[in-house]
Design a protein around this ligand. Structure first.
Ligand code: D5M
Ligand code: FE
Ligand code: ZN
Length: 511
């Protein structure tokens, strides 16, 4: 736990007030950043961290642990029992717990949790009232979590003490400004809890291409040399919080499968009901007998009033009737399959992320013995396999702002991989993606998942990054007039089927 003065730059305050404007308006246009000037220094308090409590318990038993292990323990229903279970199974002579040990232990024994556990569900826990303190808390939580990941790797100096050094220094901070100089170098402004510092990335340096990937408000690390007057740092290395390249994704210890879907859009004139029926009929065949889980990453229904003139695209104009029609679609799914669902931007919840899993009226409609509703985002652990579910609204922004041709609607998995590198689901604050101020930042990717599952862009794609499988599962809605005008050809009727024991993917396409 720490209590300290947090230096908040004008940039963050600008974003805060810009976001208040976003949260209190329902316009679908996105004007540029506003400029406000505020005093720089605030006093804040941070609540004790669950993760540090777990780390302390492990230390009491004589063990250290990788941050990912602590995060994993935190996602289990009863962290104290998990710690006892792990300690009783860890081989003699090992005193630092790594994720590989966790996989080995769970590979040989049953996990001490039910086969579905959901972490990070913020439904009913929203604390965001839009006050100034909420905005500061969410930034402070983001900075503290992401800088602790980086600090373990590069052992940085606090930004306010850099000038006392000379030669090589390492720093970690949140990107509060990005400027191109007249000579085409990039100057990044970083800030931490002690102050700010300017970093110059020279256009001839080997790392210059990385500046294309950097977004405002993400947390990065930099190693470099100080200028002779110690006023600026010349970057030689840039570090993202990232997924370690040797990450070993937890897997199930029995043959069992999950189907990953997204963007059903029931209620739209373009919902492809016949293709859906082909899929649900296939679920009843022997080929699908190992499927025990169905995960849906949002946009369950088409919604109402989502964009101007949406009425002409609606087959069902009442939102409750849309959910009733959606439930009829779910009834075609065999009853022994557990269905886990998060909302998307077309669903009947607030647009600002994290999005809670529906109000009570719609929860009552959707609830049944085999359905599980959870917030967007959530990490859902099925048979020991952590699956990060995020609808994917920020993917539009990542695709628009990343110059690389690799990051495009044709390869949505590459935009998802950018989010994994940044360990944050919507890095840029106050831009297109709306973010609700909460005491903690639910959009930080705390626990590294085996699978990262999104939708939203209506394009199918998958790819591995440092052993994490990123999957965007397309949609069940044929091309809308908007998409025709924007030249978007949606990928309809894809059902990626995941083997939870091998983490192999089989693609089923229905038409
Ligand atoms: O989003 C489906 C995809 O289409 C996603 O990439 C956003 C894009 N889209 C859809 N409607 C619009 C409008 N009106 N403006 C800009 N981009 C849009 P979905 O969430 O299913 O609507
Ligand atoms: Fe959608
Ligand atoms: Zn969407």
């Amino acid at each position: 736990m720490f209590k300290q003065i947090y230096y908040v730059s004008n940039h963050i305050l600008n974003s805060i007030f810009y976001s208040i404007i976003l949260l209190t308006t329902s316009t679908s246009t996105f004007p540029g950043r506003y400029v406000f000037i505020f005093p720089p220094v605030l006093s804040l308090h941070v609540p004790p961290n669950e993760l540090s409590k777990i780390a302390q318990k492990l230390v009491k038993h004589g063990y250290n642990a990788e941050p990912e292990v602590v995060q994993f323990i935190n996602t289990t229903p009863d962290p104290t029992s998990t710690i006892k279970f792990l300690i009783s199974h860890i081989p003699k002579g090992i005193f630092t717990l790594e994720m590989s040990h966790i996989s080995d232990i769970y590979g040989n024994s049953s996990p001490p949790s039910p086969s579905i556990s959901i972490s990070n569900d913020m439904t009913g826990n929203s604390t965001g009232s839009g006050t100034y303190d909420d905005f500061v808390s969410i930034f402070q939580d983001r900075l503290s979590k992401l800088s602790s990941i980086l600090s373990n790797r590069i052992n940085p100096y606090p930004l306010d003490s850099i000038k006392k050094n000379s030669g090589e220094v390492r720093v970690v901070g949140m990107v509060s400004d990005i400027q191109k100089t007249n000579s085409n170098h990039v100057i990044l402004e970083l800030e931490d809890i002690t102050g700010t510092f300017s970093i110059l990335v020279h256009n001839t340096s080997e790392i210059f291409h990385l500046t294309d990937e950097i977004l405002l408000d993400e947390v990065i690390g930099v190693k470099g040399k100080l200028s002779s007057d110690s006023e600026i740092l010349f970057a030689e290395m840039i570090y993202f919080p990232d997924v370690p390249s040797n990450f070993r994704p937890p897997h199930a210890n029995r043959p069992v499968q999950a189907a990953l879907l997204s963007d059903i859009h029931v209620g739209s004139k373009h919902f492809t009901s016949e293709i859906w029926s082909d899929f649900t009929n296939w679920l009843k065949t022997p080929e699908a007998e190992l499927i025990e889980y169905l995960l849906i990453a949002g946009d369950l229904v088409e919604g109402v009033g989502v964009y101007p003139g949406q009425d002409i695209d609606l087959a069902i104009i009442n939102i409750y009737e849309q959910y009733e029609a959606f439930i009829e679609c779910l009834k075609d799914i065999p009853g022994d399959i557990s269905i886990i669902m998060i909302p998307g931007n077309h669903d009947a919840v607030r647009l600002a992320e994290p999005q809670p899993a529906f109000d009570s009226e719609i929860r009552n409609l959707l609830s049944s013995s085999n359905t599980h509703l959870t917030s967007n985002p959530s990490t859902v652990v099925v048979d020991g396999v952590p699956i990060l579910m995020y609808h994917g609204v920020s993917l539009d922004e990542i695709i628009a702002e990343t110059p690389s041709a690799q990051v495009s609607y044709e390869a949505p998995q590459n935009a998802m991989i950018q989010l994994l590198k940044k360990r944050h689901l919507a890095p840029q604050f106050g831009s297109r993606t709306r973010i609700s101020p909460e005491q903690k930042d639910y959009l930080v990717i705390d626990q590294i998942p085996s699978i990262f599952h999104s939708g939203h862009v209506h394009k199918f794609g998958y790819g591995k990054y440092h052993n994490v499988l990123a999957i965007n599962s397309g949609c069940w809605q044929s091309q809308t007039d908007f998409q025709k005008r924007a030249n978007i050809t949606p990928d309809v009727g894809y059902a990626p089927i995941l083997d939870l024991d091998t983490l192999n993917l089989t693609i089923r396409k229905f038409s």
